[in-house]
Design a protein around this ligand. Structure first.
Ligand code: IVH
Length: 675
């Protein structure tokens, strides 16, 4: 099942992609908790968070403090001031039978044998988690999950939630935990009520639930539904037994859903149950995004224990996103900030995974050509790794003969200039220098690994571009204090930026060259080019042949690179005029350093003397100490530096018998090179 979701999970390619992914995720979390109108559904958010996590594992030095990863609700969940009796944890995920088996094996390891008490499989309800406190049989308080340790009091919702009676059939005192959701019927009713009151309709049931639970002073009541999946303060030997006891008091539990609560003896049975639930998904009266599997015996749950955020004794088997059908009405062409010209499908509005979709990405012109898509075609629409829904190939059998070809643009839809269609993605040929990709180019140039002018956030860059103060990278170095005060609206900030600009003038050529954003080059190649030629003058004098001799530079790209360097002449002249350093310092002891002959892979977070260094800086250190660095562990790797939370690379190195050093051991080895 996983194949479909992960195959299209493109990794975040660079810091800019990482930043915008984090911004996107934070905005979604904030919107979700503010009024429940987030454009992201659970699957899309999970996928986005997954890509952020992968990037952060690979670039631990670049992790943003406000990153949503590892925080319940992305850190945006309104925390509230009600302490939870025991933390409200999250669940780890598996996406395939294979991963489920692995989870089971790790459970067995913790238990010292297979789970003797069996498993429980329940639907993973797609709503909002709450705790409901009953004292002497009366519902006294409702609390949101919040950050897991503290939640918000939402007792005002008592009485509007089906399945959570005000009074129990017995005078029991306990806390039930479960999911509040809007059933499909309740969702329609809620939107009808909201429309009648002139309020914005909910985009999907999940967002509607979150918004509804938090709303206090609405002139109308929206009914929601609760299903319990846990209880605190009730004794029992198994999960199933305790949930039955909860149900006997009158609270609705997952056992009351059509997908039920099943006790199963083996993982093979669990797997079969997952398939059964997946098959009934479309008919369920509410949204689910997976199946939750728990060790049934309380004693085994206790033995398996908890990780920081989730229990080891339970996991969520996530189901792939669902596909809906729609009609392709038109194709729009948008020019992104980087100058990429991307096609977007305009669709007949259709519900996908609980929200209405009208636009979807068509990726690139090649996708259009390869899929044979035509205007008027019936297409499958689904949500996967991205926030933006995707279109599947057309359903050719449903063609009527009325379909018309999609016309590809001949000029950049934004500036009317030429299109560079040599790659899979089409770009405005003016690229970063022509205007269509200027903002992205500037953002990249001021990045930490280039000019490191981090006081110039994107808003200020936009202000500088809008005011006409900056039309290329060269202009950054001639900004006046006044222009910066104008853009940043702060004298203090302007001074910080001025200091950073001054410092940027002394950066090595490799960083300055990298900041130019020459086509087909990134950080590694910029460093190679700068080291090879030594000065900007020598780089400018190099033709395609000379460039092709640079280590790691693919000969096929050399003429494009040479042409772009030539085109950047005026910008480089500006940099020279502003006094920016144009030479690469001779690297100290490549020969005879402690890492001579070593191929080093660095993974995990760095601490101690190496703290705060990102991958690029670490790789620089390796090469200064005479070694070669690589991003992947292979038989060629001779040293793996394993920092905190080293994952698969460490495992691979251990399998291959590669020498593994902790970051502290490594720091000692290269102590002479640490400044
Ligand atoms: S058990 C300690 N069971 O999924 C285990 N959670 O991704 C706590 N959820 O925060 C959770 N259906 O909001 C459990 N049958 C179910 C569930 C379920 C939905 C939600 C719950 C949880 C989230 C974790």
């Amino acid at each position: 099942m996983r194949g479909m979701t992960t195959a299209i999970l493109a990794p975040l390619a660079d810091p800019a992609a990482y930043h915008s992914a984090v911004d996107e995720a934070l905005a979604a979390c904030a919107a979700y908790y503010a009024d429940g109108t987030s454009p992201l559904d659970d699957a899309a958010y999970d996928a986005l968070a997954g890509r952020i996590r992968v990037y952060e594992l690979e670039h631990p030095g670049d992790v943003r403090e406000d990153s949503p990863t590892g925080k319940v609700g992305g850190g945006a969940a309104p925390t509230g001031d009600v302490a939870h009796t025991v933390p409200m944890l999250s669940l780890d995920n598996v996406f395939s039978g294979e991963e489920l088996t692995k989870w089971d094996a790790s459970l067995a390891r913790r238990l010292g044998g297979p789970a003797a008490g069996g498993y429980v499989a329940e639907p993973k309800l797609d709503g909002a988690a709450i705790a409901a406190r009953y004292v002497d049989g009366h519902l006294v308080q409702l609390v949101t999950r919040g950050n897991g340790a503290f939640g918000e009091d939402i007792s005002h919702a008592i009485g509007s939630i089906v399945g959570l009676p005000r009074d129990l059939s017995t005078p029991a005192t306990f806390e039930v935990r479960g999911e509040v959701l809007l059933t499909s019927e309740q969702f329609l009713a809620a939107n009808a009520i909201r429309q009648a009151h002139g309020a914005k309709v909910f985009s999907n049931p999940r967002n509607g639930t979150a918004g509804t639970l938090r709303a206090k002073d609405r002139p109308y009541v929206i009914e929601t539904t609760f299903y319990a999946y846990g209880v605190v303060g009730l004794a029992g030997d198994t999960h199933a037994e305790m949930m039955a006891a909860v149900a006997a008091t009158g609270v609705q539990t997952t056992a009351a859903t059509p997908a039920g609560l099943r006790v199963l003896a083996t993982v093979a049975e669990v797997q079969q149950r997952v398939e059964e639930i997946a098959a009934m998904r479309a008919e369920l009266p509410f949204g689910i995004d997976g199946v939750v599997i728990k060790a049934n015996a309380v004693a085994e749950q206790e033995k398996a224990g908890l990780a920081t955020r989730h229990p080891h004794w339970a996991t969520a088997y996530k189901l792939p996103p669902t596909v809906s059908r729609s009609k392709l009405l038109a194709v729009e062409w948008n020019v992104g900030r980087t100058g990429v010209i991307a096609p977007r499908a305009v669709l007949e509005p259709v519900e996908v995974d609980g929200s209405v979709v009208q636009y979807a990405t068509l990726h690139n012109p090649r996708f259009i050509r390869d899929s044979g898509l035509m205007i008027g075609d019936t297409v499958g629409v689904f949500k996967a790794g991205d926030i933006i829904p995707r279109v599947e190939a057309p359903v050719v059998e449903l063609r009527t003969g009325e379909e018309t070809p999609i016309v590809l643009p001949e000029a950049c839809p934004k500036c009317g200039g030429e299109i560079d269609s040599s790659g899979e993605r089409w770009e405005c040929a003016g690229g970063a220098d022509g205007g269509c990709g200027l903002l992205a180019a500037l953002r990249y140039a001021v990045g930490r690994d280039q000019l490191d002018i981090d006081g110039l956030g994107v808003t200020y860059i936009e202000a500088l571009v809008d005011s006409g103060a900056v039309a290329d990278i060269g202009d950054l170095f001639t900004l006046s204090r006044e222009q910066l005060v104008d853009a940043t609206r702060s004298e203090k900030r302007a001074d910080t930026v001025l200091d950073q600009i001054e410092a940027a003038k002394t950066k090595p050529l490799s960083k300055v060259f990298c900041a130019l954003g020459v086509v087909r080059t990134g950080r590694t190649l910029s460093r190679e080019i700068a080291r090879y030629f030594g000065t900007m003058d020598a780089i400018r004098a190099a033709d395609a042949n000379a460039l092709a001799a640079v280590p790691k530079l693919p000969a096929a790209n050399s003429s494009k690179i040479a042409a772009h360097i030539a085109a950047l002449g005026p910008v480089i002249d500006k940099l020279v005029g502003a006094g920016v350093n144009m030479a690469e310092p001779i690297v100290a002891t490549a020969e005879g350093g402690p890492l001579t002959g070593e191929v080093v892979v660095i993974t995990g977070g760095m601490h101690g003397p190496l703290a705060g260094r990102n991958r690029t800086e670490m790789n620089d250190l390796v090469s200064q100490a005479g070694g070669a660095s690589s991003g992947t562990v292979s038989r060629k790797t001779t040293i793996l530096v394993a920092g905190e939370k080293a994952g698969s690379k460490l495992q691979k190195a251990q399998e291959l018998g590669t020498r593994v050093l902790s970051e502290l051991e490594f720091a000692e080895l290269i102590a002479d090179y640490l400044t």
